[in-house]
Write a protein that binds this ligand. Structure first.
Ligand SMILES: [Zn+2]
Length: 55
């Protein structure tokens, strides 16, 4: 499974469950596990709350 942003390899634990957040070690993007069927995991972009609060 690779990061959708930078294509780095994401380490997803075997026991990861749906709803868990996986962070890319490279670019820091957060992905949420949307589906898990056997060892196949489908990721979606995590909705980060409080990121755009104006810096
Ligand atoms: Zn990345």
């Amino acid at each position: 499974m690779n990061c959708k942003e930078c294509d780095a390899t994401l380490n997803i634990p075997d026991d990861a469950s749906v709803g868990e957040i996986i962070s890319c070690p490279d670019c820091g993007a957060d992905f949420e596990i949307a589906k898990k069927i056997g060892s196949t995991v489908e990721l979606k972009q995590a909705e980060t709350v409080g990121e755009d609060w104006g810096e």
